[in-house]
Write a protein that binds this ligand. Structure first.
Ligand code: ADE
Length: 344
């Protein structure tokens, strides 16, 4: 799948974006988010500190006609890590190859990606904390010296051959920065965290997406979606599509706030954006563990969830809302979390 980028502004048109066969879930999501992604830094709403830091790095890189330093983006899923990698490629006028670490199983997968890179191209590796050891060790000299060290032959006759690589930029993305080995983390020149978006930024994102989808959405309706999307643009755009479905089936031309409330109640998304998995976690803590503390593995087993998913996907927003606390003895339901459950 190749994604043609738009040029925009006065910059020369960038070459095609390339998406490797190991496209990430976000990227291969039927291409659904594709039309809604911002393409340039100036269209990217929110994450002001990240934009400022990367904007300066991009500008300096352009002035030097160099490859951008390697970038590590971390934070909860859906906050725009893949989008930012594509924006960086667009700003630099180069292609971005997209891969996901779990798909880079065999050494030849990563070798193939590295050997096909063109000068100054971006290589985006999603879930980079899941790279296997061989792939990771191949990356070290590639990142540091643009060199690929290959072992040829086996046993006593084995020899190392080094191949020169063009200067390139690795953009790594992870929801679990703590799981990255320090030698890998230390090879990134820019390490940036993506934060949950403010309601104001999410409102602007929803209004922009509605315009692109040619949906008439009142400002208060955009605010209702913004409040229910867990601080996450990917969820905001997903909810917007559900609202659009609801409005088309009901023959509603202009979507006002009550339509959003009704449409999203059908999907069991509550007023603070909690979905059934969030509420199940909070209720379990309250009813089975007297509010906690309870260990992550215990909770995951009781919910039939994978502990990593619970920790990286479900918990961060509950922590952000102050409904849940992580303590050395386990997870604890807060008074605010209890009040939310009681009000539901
Ligand atoms: N769509 C998804 N994320 C976005 C962002 N950060 N800015 C603008 N549009 C978006």
């Amino acid at each position: 799948m190749a994604i043609q980028s738009s040029s925009g502004g006065s910059k020369p048109p960038a070459p095609k974006r390339l998406v490797a066969p190991e496209a990430t879930a976000a990227e291969s999501d039927g291409g659904r988010d594709e039309g809604l992604r911002p393409r340039r830094l100036c269209d990217y709403i929110g994450q002001s500190e990240l934009k400022q830091v990367l904007g300066i790095a991009v500008e300096a890189t352009r002035l030097r006609n160099d490859a951008l330093d390697h970038v590590l983006l971390y934070g909860p899923p859906g906050l725009g890590k893949t989008t930012m990698a594509l924006v960086l490629a667009e700003e630099l006028g180069v292609s971005c190859r997209i891969a996901s670490a779990p798909a880079l199983e065999r050494p030849r997968d990563i070798v193939g990606l590295l050997m096909n890179l063109q000068p100054r191209e971006l290589l985006f590796i999603d879930e980079i904390h899941r790279l296997n050891r061989v792939a990771e060790e191949l990356l070290y000299p590639a990142m540091e010296d643009f060199r690929l060290d290959l072992t040829v032959g086996a046993g006593p006759a084995a020899r190392t051959r080094s191949l020169e690589l063009p200067p390139f930029t690795l953009v790594g993305a992870t929801t679990k920065a703590g799981s990255l080995s320090s030698p890998l983390r230390d090879r990134f020149g820019l390490i940036q965290r993506l934060e949950f978006y403010s309601c104001g930024d999410l409102e602007a994102i929803v209004s922009r997406s509605a315009q692109l989808l040619q949906l008439e959405l009142a400002a208060e309706a955009a605010a209702e979606i913004a409040q229910r999307c867990r601080g996450t643009p990917r969820i905001a755009n997903r909810l917007l599509r559900r609202v659009r479905d609801f409005a088309s089936v009901r023959g509603i031309a202009t979507v006002e706030a009550p339509v959003v409330v009704e449409a999203l109640a059908m999907h069991r998304v509550d007023g603070r954006g909690l979905d059934p998995s969030d509420r199940r976690l909070l209720s379990l803590l309250e009813t089975s563990y007297g509010g906690g503390p309870a260990g992550l593995d215990t909770l995951a087993a009781a919910l039939g969830e994978d502990p990593d998913t619970l920790e990286a996907v479900v918990e961060p927003f509950l922590l952000q809302l102050g409904f849940l606390q992580r303590t050395p003895r386990g997870r604890v339901l807060t008074d605010a979390g209890r009040a939310h459950l009681e009000a539901a």
